[in-house]
Design a protein around this ligand. Structure first.
Ligand code: ADP
Ligand code: MG
Length: 616
């Protein structure tokens, strides 16, 4: 049993099988081509293999972060020009690049050394550029990568002394053939899969699905993005070096929109979010481009005297993208990897199966300390959604937070968990000031939360939802399937481990969200309307589970809910908010008979009735 576990840490059977299933057919076909066909088709195959490395670079960043990148071709271009410059023989440099500095004019490096230097330099540049880009999310990050492509292209063209401007570099040694390219395809596939399947990759995929929820389980999303960006810049640099030493002659134009477009087409057709999708997309788009080019040439030969730019290839590619987007929005592979589709792989190996660990250590939290909310104010523009609220939650205590709609309950939870910046006031955690702490650090300090509008990582399996939290929480417990299953069992959702979280019924989703929060080993757990949308039976079951959590784990629970039946039966103490202020606090019985509370709730009902009366 020790064997698979040790291998399983870094290189899981899934990763290995998935990589092999992709690489073996590619290698077989390419090697047959290498032995049988002429130089021209061999060139096509080599070119395709290099583009596969490039698409894997895109996939490593875009697939896991969900941010479309236009910028990776810039890294390819930089690497190609650096490696080219270092390897062109001095005699040729004297002719074509007379203005390079003398220390460069004499260099005559081995391709391998030059390639390594190029990759190292470009990776460092990638890291530096990545610092601002990784802080952006979504569309703004994508636009920033587009800017990167345009700027780097401009720089390469502008650096005439080194690149001959928009003219082609000539005399770069052509050393890349099919076997060489294949070696790098193997490395790139393995690297892309290793990253995707790593805990770091899982955290990034969680942030791709829902960044606020990822922060709430301790994921440092910008940090994870920066890492993926840097790794992918390195892979792109390798692809650039390969392309340089395959082409031998190339201009900056080779590394601009055309190739970016082709690579993005591969990614979109195959499926952006899986490594298998990227690799298979590369095959399909290459075949499509070849077929279209052939057709274009034949049309040109038949109807025109001279070769005419007809644009059939670009039109065909665009149609392919549109077609795939229409039929399968997430590409051919969607969110799946090839070994998952090949089916039965997990069942066959029995990897990570078996009953949850019976001896799961549940740490009972001590009763000392408190989560203190002290005069917290949160304004949205002119509106004070929370207006100087104060309350304290102790470990082992169940505190209800109720109040009419819009009274600021959710906003207050956001202030405590770091999802929102506090306008004024202080949040203290066991004596430490956490008011300005970012959300993921508060989560790692063992404050868990769930969301009113459930925020699961919808396209990850239920198991991966919990595993991501185990990984991001700071590794108090090992982030493996066994631990995750044990937590799921505590909430009674262990049967859904391999399901996509987004496919579960709401009641189960809410439970899974609590299981995910428990992965933080929370001292304090904030639940925003956990019983919303549940029927009476489900809500009674939840009540049992929550009471059990306090018993077994001794954590402090803050529960916001509209279900007063649940609140009154479960809570030791209840705090009532109205218009952002605490208007009452006490035992459920005391609060229920408080005239201010009755007025607040009645006032709301009266207002609702008035509004209904005004309806036409
Ligand atoms: P509750 O959870 O008690 O129903 P909320 O905390 O959701 O109340 O909302 C409190 C008030 O703050 C409401 O008036 C709401 O419209 C406003 N509010 C909440 N979130 C935002 C936001 N992100 N931007 C602007 N206003 C908000
Ligand atoms: Mg709310």
């Amino acid at each position: 049993m020790a064997g698979p576990v040790v291998i399983g840490r870094i290189l899981t059977p899934d990763t290995l099988a998935g990589s092999a299933l992709l690489f073996v057919p590619i290698a077989a076909v390419s090697l047959v081509a290498w032995q049988t066909v002429g130089p021209a088709p061999q060139g096509t195959v080599t070119h395709y293999l290099i583009l596969t490395v490039a698409v894997l670079a895109f996939s490593t960043f875009t697939g896991n972060s969900g941010i479309l990148s236009f910028g990776h071709v810039a890294f390819m271009g930089l690497a190609a020009h650096i490696s080219g410059l270092l390897t062109i023989p001095p005699a040729q440099k004297g002719v074509f690049l007379p203005d390079v500095p003398s220390w460069l004019a004499g260099t005559d490096m081995h391709v391998l050394v030059a390639g390594l230097i190029a990759v190292a330099l470009v990776t460092s540049i990638g890291f530096l550029v990545g610092i601002p880009i990784s802080r952006l999310g979504g569309a703004s990050a994508a636009i920033a990568t587009l800017g990167l492509l345009i700027i780097v292209y401009g720089v390469i063209v502008g650096a005439r002394d080194f690149t001959r401007g928009s003219q082609a570099l000539i005399g770069v040694p052509k050393t890349v053939d099919i076997p060489t390219a294949l070696v790098f395809v193997a490395v790139a596939i393995l690297l892309a899969r290793l990253f995707r399947d790593s805990l770091s990759g899982l955290e990034l995929r969680a942030a791709r699905e829902d960044e606020p929820a990822a922060s709430a389980i301790g994921v440092n999303a910008p940090g994870r993005r920066l890492f993926a960006w840097t790794v992918s810049a390195a892979i792109a640099a390798v692809a650039g070096v390969l392309l340089a030493h395959y082409l031998g002659v190339y201009s900056p134009r080779e590394f601009y929109f055309q190739i970016t477009f082709a690579i993005l087409a591969m990614l979109i057709v195959g499926g952006m979010t899986s490594v298998s999708g990227a690799v298979v997309g590369a095959v399909l788009v290459t075949v499509l481009i070849e077929v279209l080019r052939g057709a274009e040439e034949r049309v040109n030969a038949a109807f025109f005297d001279e070769p005419t730019v007809f644009g059939l290839t670009d039109i065909g590619l665009s149609l392919a993208i549109l077609g795939v987007l229409f039929w399968r929005r997430n590409g051919l592979f969607g969110y799946w990897e090839i070994e998952e589709l090949a089916g039965g792989w997990r069942r066959w190996t029995g990897f990570e199966r078996g009953p949850p660990a019976a001896d799961a250590v549940v740490e009972r939290v001590s009763g000392e300390g408190a989560l203190e909310i002290d005069g917290v104010v949160k304004s949205f523009g002119g509106l004070r959604a929370v207006d100087g609220a104060s309350l304290a939650l102790r470990p082992g205590e169940i505190l209800g937070l109720i109040g009419p709609n819009g009274s600021g309950k959710t906003t207050l939870l956001g202030c405590v968990s770091g999802a929102l910046d506090v306008t004024a006031g202080r949040v203290g955690l066991d004596g430490a000031d956490i008011t300005a702490m970012p959300a993921h650090m508060i989560a790692r300090s063992r404050v868990g939360r769930t969301f009113q509008n459930i925020r699961l990582f919808a396209n990850l399996t239920c198991l991966d939802n919990v595993k991501a939290a185990l990984a991001a929480s700071g590794a108090r417990r090992p982030a493996n399937g066994m631990e995750a299953r044990a937590l799921m069992a505590e909430l009674g959702v262990e049967d859904y481990a391999e399901r996509r979280a987004g496919a579960l019924a709401y009641g189960l989703q809410r439970r899974l969200e609590i299981a995910r929060a428990l992965a933080l080993e929370p001292r304090y757990l904030l639940l925003d309307e956990p019983a919303a949308g549940m029927n009476e039976t489900e809500s009674d079951e939840l009540l049992g589970i929550l009471a059990g959590l306090r018993e077994s784990r001794g954590l402090g629970l803050l529960i916001v809910d509209h279900d007063l039946r649940l609140i009154m039966r479960l809570c030791d103490r209840v705090v009532v908010l109205n218009k952002g202020r605490v208007i009452a606090e006490g035992t459920p019985g005391e609060v229920q008979s408080d005239p201010d509370v009755i007025e607040a709730y009645l006032g709301q009902r009266r207002a609702a009735r008035k509004a209904a009366a005004h309806q036409p």
